[in-house]
Design a protein around this ligand. Structure first.
Ligand SMILES: Nc1nc2c(ncn2[C@@H]2O[C@H](COP(=O)(O)OP(=O)(O)OP(=O)(O)O)[C@@H](O)[C@H]2O)c(=O)[nH]1
Length: 306
């Protein structure tokens, strides 16, 4: 995965330089995106309290003097009902086969279930080192945590089992150390100042999508996509023109809201985040469009980057 992008050979004289790819997997809402952000220390992956909102493979890169950890954020594996669902599953499996370390996330506040067993059983054939990460430990008592750790340890022969809280930061550093430990000896893969190799447009699209999903009904997440059509830099101002795609006119009204109030809110929330990302003033122009059944149409999917 982009190993040809090797920035420069940077093996330190006094020790082994390690670099490689890792990803977090786990059932929806397990805390994968939040953990990715906590490790990389910058908001790069979309997080939401609704399941399955992570669509794109977004990498965050952790730079250390002796190592480089490239995190790949994948959507959850799920029963495919549409072409989009199938593509997502292919993407997940492809990612798994290419990374060096896989962290399976088990939320501490939920019992180990069928989904967890399914994901663990999918790991057997992979070359990657598989570690278990018990997430959200701030939400449970030590006793519940102990039960979870035991249940997780019985699922699979994990190389390590690490309890963390991305919210409090508990053990995040230790988790990172462990992941780095299992990376191969390798030259640096990316230059020091790169945090993600995802094109800016995709990140911006994700921020808009995240803002558009906030506080709306449960069926909307699967029916919304954002395409950044144009970005123009004029002095210190970046002008961004983006389209939000929904499937039905009724969804269009939800996103726009009464007299456009909701879309205005979405715009200003996303703008603040994009300004933070780009480090400058942003003008954001949003249009809501209906693309019928786009989840089932390969041509539309390609246009939207899936
Ligand atoms: N209390 C607590 N909440 C957390 C923690 N990590 C994540 N959460 C919350 O759990 C929810 C899901 O987190 P995400 O990071 O979006 O989960 P995900 O696994 O990426 O979810 P999908 O994209 O649906 O697969 C969000 O509401 C987070 O704020 C944690 O360490 N502690």
């Amino acid at each position: 995965m982009h190993r040809h992008k090797a920035a420069r050979s940077d093996k330190r004289e006094d020790g082994v330089y390690r670099a490689g790819f890792a990803c977090f997997v786990g059932r929806p809402n397990a805390g994968k995106s939040t953990l990715t952000n906590a490790i990389v220390g910058q908001k790069i992956a979309i997080t939401s309290n609704k399941p399955q909102t992570t669509r794109h493979v977004i990498r965050g890169i952790l730079h250390r003097p002796d190592s480089q950890l490239v995190l790949v954020d994948t959507p959850g594996l799920h029963r495919p009902r549409t072409l989009l669902g199938e593509r997502l599953n292919d993407l997940v499996r492809e990612t798994w086969s290419e990374v060096d370390v896989i962290g399976i996330c088990f939320p501490a506040d939920e019992p180990v279930g069928r989904g967890d067993r399914f994901i663990s059983s999918e790991m057997a054939e992979l070359k990657a080192t598989v570690i278990a990460v018990v997430t959200k430990v701030d939400l449970v008592s030590p006793q519940v945590l102990a039960e979870r750790l035991l249940a997780v340890s019985q699922l699979y022969d994990f190389a390590e089992i690490i309890p963390v809280s991305a919210v409090s930061g508990h053990q995040v550093e230790q988790l990172t150390d462990v992941m780095v430990k299992y990376l191969p000896e390798s030259p640096q893969l990316y230059p020091d100042d790169v945090l993600t190799d995802e094109p800016e447009q995709v990140l911006i699209g994700e921020l808009i999508r995240e803002a558009a999903l906030e506080g709306v009904r449960d069926e909307l997440p699967h029916s919304i996509a954002v395409l950044v059509e144009e970005m123009q830099v004029e002095g210190k101002l970046t002008k961004i023109y983006a389209d939000l795609y929904v499937e039905r006119p009724s969804q269009k009204s939800i996103v726009i809201g009464t007299r456009g109030e909701r879309l205005k809110q979405v715009g200003s929330q996303a703008r603040v985040q994009i300004e933070e990302l780009l480090g400058g003033k942003v003008y954001l122009d949003l249009h809501v469009r209906v693309a019928k059944e786009w989840q089932r149409d390969p041509k539309q999917l390609r246009k939207l980057g899936f």
